[in-house]
Ligand binder design. Structure first.
Ligand code: ADP
Ligand code: MG
Length: 709
């Protein structure tokens, strides 16, 4: 029965938009091109982005803000055509008891001139524009005051996104609202099937789908508008969560995993003899969670979140040792060559005394070395392989791969992870490490089908990094400060932005900055390394090594050092044009210092003129070192779509819910989905058929991480 209904409602909502009265082929085409509105359903879900109160009137004297919208009530006292042929326009003087404002029409002026009458009372609604010290309104909405009009005025009139091309076809916000009016009156119980179960609707006291769709576009009251919004946001988030939680469940039930039930010599020897420090409690807890997971017989897909410097590498290493103890190989993928090398250096040094073989594979590995490596990998001589994307290639064949660790995960695409799953007869365990924390709501949505662990503690003895924000005028002070730190034997990073679009300018800035430094820090007293993307790998390596060996005191670089570089003696991070970096990037860069015993500093250099967003970013950095807190601000500033790694994920094409604001609704939706699955994991009950249908119906395009294998 249900599926019939779904089909029925699909057929109405799937009606091509051109069939709606007044739209026709031309407007349909623009709607498709500009807003991707192809069907009734697309139009219905083109939700308003705000509402205006049309029951309130301003007086002309109250029009004081440029670009603000005002609704006025009064009379036309004078109509005139002004300007020459090219600039010809209609100007109507509009007066209420407080003053006069000009209404202007450039298009349709003649028609308007005939329509406007000087004895009628009008309601005018539009955007005020300041011009030569006065305000006018171009192309306002204008209606003769009638008793019906006043009664029908809505205190919440919907406003829709539109585009220039649509406006040209009379599909500005008002035009779109008119179409929606025509469509919403056609909605009824037959063509809009309820899409949540009766129990959910009752539990959360929700509007029906039908009512919600009507109220979201044409609200009868503030309360109903809020309820409509809640209902639609809830539903949207509910299905995302239901789908994610269900794939997690399916994975737990279905996908067999290698059983790592032994804790053997590799793990124990390392832990007891070679571990250079005590694990933090958070590290211990997470290692335990991973151990339980990998011993369960199910394939592990676990996300480890932890702030910069919280010691994720060590957790990865211990997990890899568990794989080795159980007769498997492990690999660790990093997003950049520098980071892969860094991991290789750290890990091979740590494992050196234990006789385990660690190998490195990157894009610049030589053919001969590669051949040897491939052979050693296949024969099982190599225990741990560390590398970049090169690991994914089909020619890289393992004898028995049991665990894949993906560090700084956000730079890998879903497809790339999928390829790693195919590197053994059944999918290896997967451990994903984030570079910086991500907001809770985003984690729940992006990684909602993974199990997660959080390392919420930094190793002991870390001194908080002091962050300062300097303007250009404080550059002398900066140089003095750098000299002072260098005199204490410390080292300094200076990072320049490098954005692809302005690459040439950026390199120029880097070069200029470097040249200026040479004046302030003359040889032979000072030595400066420079590392950027235009250097050959060997040159980069040479410069890095000079810095690591303390032969140079300053390292000038682009963001290639962003991830992973670990040089404890470097205690000052200077970020040039800091306003051009996103918050998570700034935080990640700052995390390059504060790794040794010395007090560390991060200095954000910016120009004087900062936008509100940039200011907030700088203030946030100066105020806190907490990556989780920073990620929340980042989400609020940029919205989820612009955060690293979210673009390729289908789960974020939300139509109405907003992960930056709807955290509470998300939490409710997730708990509700979880409760339903706890009771009915296969959604087999009569009532839950509806949910299953909806999942299949709407989930087709959404990508899920656990489906990769
Ligand atoms: P991230 O989580 O950013 O990847 P790393 O794994 O690179 O952090 O660790 C940062 C630094 O902290 C490294 O120098 C590492 O050796 C050190 N470290 C890790 N765990 C501990 C610990 N439990 N006690 C002391 N230092 C630690
Ligand atoms: Mg790391």
């Amino acid at each position: 029965m249900c599926s019939n209904f779904v089909k029925m409602n699909a057929s109405f909502l799937d009606t091509p938009i051109g069939y709606l009265k007044g739209i026709g082929p031309q407007r349909a085409e623009v709607l498709q091109k500009e807003l991707f509105i192809f069907t009734y359903k697309d139009l219905i879900t083109h939700y308003p982005f705000r509402y205006v109160d049309r029951t309130h009137f301003h007086s002309v004297r109250e029009v004081i803000e440029d670009s603000a919208y005002y609704q006025l009530r009064g009379h036309i006292i004078e109509i005139d055509f002004v300007g020459d042929k090219r600039t010809k326009r209609l100007v109507a003087k509009f007066r209420d008891s407080s003053g006069v404002i000009e209404l202007v029409w450039f298009q349709g002026a003649k028609w308007m001139a005939e329509k406007l009458k000087s004895n009628s009372e009008y309601i005018v609604y539009g955007k005020a524009t300041a011009f030569m010290g006065r305000f006018n309104m171009a192309h306002p909405e204008i209606d003769v005051v009638t008793p019906e009009l006043l009664v029908n005025q809505s205190s919440f009139q919907s406003v829709y996104h539109s585009t220039e091309k649509l406006k040209y076809r009379n599909l500005d916000s008002d035009g779109i609202r008119k179409c929606l009016r025509l469509l919403t009156i056609q909605l009824n119980e037959q063509n809009i099937q309820e899409s949540l179960t009766h129990s959910i609707i009752q539990d959360f006291n929700l509007l029906t789908k039908l009512e919600a769709l009507k109220q979201i576009h044409f609200p009868d009251s503030k309360m109903l508008l809020e309820k409509a919004r809640f209902r639609l946001k809830f539903e949207e988030l509910f299905y995302v969560q239901l789908k994610l939680l269900r794939s997690n469940l399916v994975r737990h039930q279905m996908i067999q995993g290698f059983v790592f039930n032994k804790v053997g010599d590799a793990f124990n020897d390392f832990y007891n003899k070679y571990l250079p420090f005590q694990l933090t409690n958070a590290q211990k807890r997470v290692v335990k969670e991973i151990r339980v997971d990998m011993g369960s017989g199910k394939q592990m897909s676990r996300l480890v979140q932890g702030d910069v410097g919280s010691g994720k590498t060590l957790v990865a290493l211990l997990s890899m040792l568990l794989a080795i103890d159980n007769g498997f190989q492990a690999c660790l993928m990093a997003p950049t060559e520098i980071l892969a090398k860094q991991h290789f250096a750290t890990i091979s040094e740590l494992l050196e005394p234990m006789g385990l073989k660690v190998a490195l594979l990157t894009g610049s590995s030589k053919t001969k070395a590669r051949r040897e490596l491939h052979a050693d990998l296949q024969s099982g001589v190599i225990h741990i392989l560390i590398g970049t994307h090169a690991l994914i290639e089909d020619v890289v064949v393992f004898k028995n791969l049991g665990l894949v660790v993906i560090d700084e995960q956000h730079r890998f695409g879903v497809a790339q992870r999928g390829k790693m799953h195919k590197k053994n007869t059944q999918p290896p365990h997967v451990l994903i490490m984030t570079a910086t924390p991500i907001p809770r709501t985003l984690a729940m949505t992006l990684y909602g089908d993974l199990d997660t662990s959080v390392i919420d503690e930094l190793p002991p003895g870390r001194k908080p990094i002091t962050t300062m924000h300097f303007m250009e005028s404080q550059r002398l002070r900066l140089i003095g400060f750098m000299k002072q730190e260098i005199a204490l034997g410390r080292q300094v990073y200076i990072v320049y932005p490098l954005i692809q679009e302005s690459e040439k300018m950026d390199y120029q800035n880097l070069q200029n900055g470097y040249d200026a430094l040479l004046d302030d820090f003359p040889v032979p007293q000072f030595q400066i390394s420079i590392v950027h993307g235009k250097l050959k790998p060997a040159e980069k390596e040479f410069e890095m090594q000079r810095f690591i060996k303390k032969e140079t005191q300053i390292m000038v670089a682009t963001t290639v050092i962003e991830v992973g570089v670990n040089i404890p003696n470097a205690s000052v991070m200077v970020i040039e044009s800091a306003e051009r970096f996103g918050l998570s990037q700034l935080h990640q860069l700052r995390g390059r210092v504060g790794r040794g015993a010395d007090k560390s500093y991060c200095i954000l250099m910016t120009s004087y003129k900062l936008g509100a967003d940039s200011k907030l970013r700088m203030e946030t950095m100066v105020r806190t070192n907490d990556g989780f807190e920073i990620s929340e601000v980042d989400l609020r500033l940029r919205g989820p779509g612009d955060l690293d790694g979210t673009q390729q994920s289908g789960v974020l094409d939300l139509k109405i819910a907003d992960l930056a604001q709807d955290g509470q609704i998300l939490q409710l939706a997730r708990s509700s989905a979880q409760a339903i699955l706890n009771e009915d994991p296969n959604l087999a009950s009569q009532e839950n058929q509806l949910l299953l249908n909806q999942l299949q119906f709407q989930g087709k395009t959404r990508s899920s991480w656990s489906k990769i294998g």
